[in-house]
Each structure stands twice: as C-alpha cells, then as structure tokens.
Write a protein that binds this ligand. Structure first.
Ligand SMILES: [Fe+2]
Length: 306
C-alpha cells in the first residue's frame, strides 16, 4: 500500500469542516472544548463557534438543547461548481430534505446546500466559506477535524450514498470499519456497521506526536483522562488517544495520519488482521474503557429540522 501518484482529486467533497452539537450544559461544554480540548472561540452569534489552528472558520459549534445530539455535519466542497454538481447528483438520487444551493446566512457564510444521508444525518455541503489566514500550528492544539466515524445499521446503503452520490472513495475495509477518503488523509468519514446510527467518534488532528502528548497532559490536568490509547491504528497508520468528552461525546486526538493518493490499493479485512491480543500496531494500550465504549454508542444525530 505505497503511495507515489497523483493526489486523489475526483471527489467533489474535500474534507470535513465542522460538527454542530446540541448540548444540555452549554457553559461547561464550551469550557471543556476551550480550556481542555484546546479550541478557541471564533464567533458567538447564533451558536458558540470554536476553531482550531487551521484555516477552517470553525470546527465545532455548540448550542443549548434539551438533549445531547449532533445537529449537523459540515462537509467542504472544492468550489461552488462542486456544490451545484453535488446538488444535481443528490436530486437525481432522490436524497432526503435536499435544499437548493444558496448563499449561507450564518457565521462563516459560503455557498452550500443541506441534505440528509440515508439514515437521517443532516449534512451541509459548503464552498467559498470564511477561511482564517492565521494558521500557525500550536504546540498542543488541534488543527482541524480529521475524520468523523458513524455507527450504521444499514452500512451498505450509507456507503453507497457517500461513495456513489457524494463521490468519496472506499480506501479500506477492516473487520469492523469501512474507511472513506476524499483528500490526502487516509480517511475523512468511516462507518461502523451495527444495529444503530449514533456517532462513533470525532477525531481532531494535532500536528505531532509531541502535541498529542501535550494535549493529553492538558486534558489530564483539566480532569479528563485517556479512555483508550495511546496507540497506532492499522488502517490510516495514525496515532490515537480517545476521550469521553462532556455529555458522553466520544473524541479522539490523532496525528501522523497516513497521506495517500490515487495509487493507494484498497485494503480488505484480511489485510488488517491484528496480532493476537492487540487492537493496534504497538500493543501498548489496554482496550477502550467501558465508559469509552458506551460513549461510542451514545450521541444520536438529531432528526429535527435545523
Ligand atoms: Fe478515529
């Protein structure tokens, strides 16, 4: 699985920008994501928008709600023409709750549409949104969202939606997880086949292994300990540490994500057989804590309009 070719560029989607959460305690959740997780406030107009060190206008948005849930996942399209092309594809596929592309009247603006995936998750696809110019890495803070992983009770249908309609590429299939790619990162979206549709986890990229360890240290001082890790995954080859965030939100710091291109050979479960007793390459970590496993099945995607 070597890489030595052109970047994978056939996808109209080019990354995950941000995730909107409804939370029951907005004040303490904002405190966690700023003081513990390392994000900074970018805008507090209609929601608390928090940014990483990368160019994305924001990567987490938080709003007070009666229950903890994901309100929306925002995907980046390469440009306005890509938004229009995706709208045509989605309309042809009969996608649910599809809106016409238009100028977006909320923080970060841009041009985009909204749609629900086949299991009801609300997506915004946006281009030409606000980008930050100050993008210097910090020694201990996240840059961006690396990937979103979702449990799925109908993974074949959901996989077909993200690949055939939205144009992401299947890059690996392990025993438990299906990995989908849309830029140089090994995966940006992944599916865990099962019996429900909740969030599995959201991974935030930090620039280095040292930054990951410094982030772990800050979180420990904040009162949040590692719930799984530190380890190195098979598919994606990324270093990971997992945490149970506020209100059971499942979170990951990750770094050294494998960078791939169009020559990457799609992997199958037999390519990713773990060594006996191991859940990662190093074998240095215990399995996820029971609280982490619970969190990976706890936060639903809101079915309500947003
Ligand atoms: Fe992950």
């Amino acid at each position: 699985m070597t890489t030595a070719g052109a970047p994978f560029s056939s996808s109209l989607i080019c990354g995950v920008r941000s995730v909107h959460f409804g939370v029951t305690n907005l004040v303490s959740t904002v405190e966690f994501f700023t003081q513990g997780w390392g994000l900074t406030e970018a805008n507090t107009s209609d929601a608390v928008h928090l940014r990483g060190t990368g160019p994305d206008a924001y990567i987490v948005a938080l709003q007070q709600r009666p229950q903890t849930e994901i309100l929306r996942v925002d995907l980046l399209a390469s440009d306005r023409a890509a938004v229009d092309a995706l709208h045509a594809r989605l309309a042809k596929a009969g996608a649910t709750d599809l809106s016409a592309p238009k100028a977006i009247d909320e923080y970060a603006g841009g041009y985009g549409l909204t749609v629900r995936d086949p299991e009801g998750r609300l997506l915004r696809i946006v281009a030409d949104d606000l980008r930050h110019a100050d993008t210097q890495d910090a020694i201990d803070r996240p840059r961006k969202i690396s990937h979103v992983v979702m449990n799925s009770s109908d993974s074949a249908t959901v996989e077909a939606f993200y690949t055939q309609t939205l144009g992401l590429r299947l890059v690996d299939r392990s025993r438990r997880i299906t990995f989908l790619n849309c830029n140089s990162d090994h995966h940006s979206i992944a599916l865990v086949p099962g019996n429900h549709t909740a969030l599995h986890h959201i991974a935030f990229e930090v620039p280095t292994f040292d930054a990951l360890m410094r982030g772990i240290g800050r979180l420990r001082e904040y009162g949040t300990n590692v719930a799984w890790g530190i380890g190195r995954h098979g598919p994606g080859n990324n270093i990971f540490s997992y945490f149970v965030g506020p209100e059971n939100i499942p979170l990951e710091y990750t770094t050294e994500v494998q960078q791939i291109d169009s020559t990457y050979r799609v992997g199958a479960p037999d390519d990713w057989k773990p060594l006996p007793g191991r859940m990662d390459q190093w074998g240095a970590t215990s399995p996820p804590s029971p609280d982490m496993v619970k969190a990976e099945h706890s936060v639903r995607f809101s079915p309500e309009p947003f």
